[in-house]
Design a protein around this ligand. Structure first.
Ligand code: SF4
Length: 331
């Protein structure tokens, strides 16, 4: 039987609750900027970057790579301790492409990020075309005593969209990267953007269904937003981009959740965004309102994560959802 273990309050599998179940306390992520670049910005693939990416490489804070890794970890820990009384932490390599260096350099950076005794996990954000067996072998080695995740930026499973947003890699690159990480039993979180240009609701649901079929462990959902000095800003100013309303986002996010197995952890479903850089939509900052609306929408539908997930035939026999109908849009 499929059970959403931590669903006491939510109808989806919140990553924060999942961590609490593992460590018996709240666990907080410390974001790290290790000074990496990105092949989609330094000219190896392109110089323009993904059309939604700001000059900080999708980092949530002001540039902090002037500080050592140790300093960033210590600062993050003391801030989260005084604010929330936090005790356990995950070092999260967030800015740019955090596997874009020789393995010896990666080892040094990752070692330093997990050396603090209160750091219980390591999370590494990267592009699916910047990973190989040697790097995964290194990342896997931290699993001996830390919780380890690799976060692959994907955004969509549709190559036409990946081209349009200038990702510089294909869905097939992602599939290879997933298969490699799964060989090492490394947990994989896929980043997906809702509301990408040229995508229909059906395209997005196909992304959800594909990730479910691939056995992805976690998903981070982002709303398409326009930030200053991005390719998307130009398109937006020319009136070529339609942005979702809050209601549309909530409805679409709920549709997405319904197609994922309940075992997939939802690392993010609403965020505050990069306020200083945000051009539109302005409602992006209303994180708690969005979270409440998602809860209410699922309740109204009498729905939950996995309601329309079709388990592989071998699992279906024992599933509480056996025999249910596929979601109509995908038939
Ligand atoms: S791969 Fe990541 S860091 Fe590089 S341009 Fe795209 S979003 Fe930015």
């Amino acid at each position: 039987m499929i059970i959403i273990k931590n669903s006491a309050a939510k109808r989806y599998n919140q990553y924060s609750r999942h961590l609490q179940d593992i460590f018996n306390c709240k666990v907080y992520k410390i974001t790290i900027d290790a000074g990496f670049s990105c092949p989609n910005r330094d000219g190896k693939i392109s110089k323009n970057g993904c059309i939604f990416c700001d000059t900080g490489g999708s980092f949530s804070q002001a540039h902090s790579n002037l500080f050592s890794i140790e300093k960033q970890v210590e600062t993050g820990i003391s801030r989260l301790k005084s604010r929330f009384g936090a005790k356990n932490f995950i070092s999260y390599f967030q800015a740019f492409t955090n596997t874009y260096a020789p393995v010896e350099i990666l080892k040094d950076l990752y070692d330093r990020a997990v050396s603090h005794p209160e750091v219980v996990g390591l999370s590494i954000g990267t592009r699916p075309d910047c990973i190989d067996e040697e790097k995964l072998d290194l990342i896997s080695s931290y699993q001996k005593n830390k919780l380890v995740w690799i976060e692959y930026g994907l955004q969509s499973v549709h190559n036409k969209t990946l081209e349009l947003i200038n990702r510089g890699h294909t869905f097939e690159d992602f599939a290879v990267a997933v298969e490699m990480a799964q060989k090492y039993n490394i947990k994989i979180c896929a980043h997906v953007i809702i509301g990408l240009p040229g995508e229909t609701g059906k395209d997005l649901l196909q992304t959800a269904k594909t990730l479910a079929d691939m056995g992805i462990d976690g998903v981070k959902l982002h709303l398409l937003c326009v930030l200053k000095d991005t390719g998307l800003e130009n398109l937006y100013r020319q009136g070529k981009i339609n942005l979702l309303s809050m209601e549309e986002y909530v409805e679409t996010a709920c549709n997405f959740l319904e197609l994922l197995p309940s075992s997939v952890t939802i690392h993010r479903i609403a965020g505050n965004g990069l306020k200083k850089l945000l051009i539109a939509p302005q409602w992006l900052g209303e994180k708690f309102k969005v979270l409440n609306l998602i809860d209410r929408e699922l309740e109204k539908r009498d729905s939950f994560q996995g309601k329309y997930y079709i388990a592989p035939a071998s699992d279906l026999k024992n599933s509480m959802f056996a025999g249910r109908k596929a979601i109509p849009e995908l038939e």
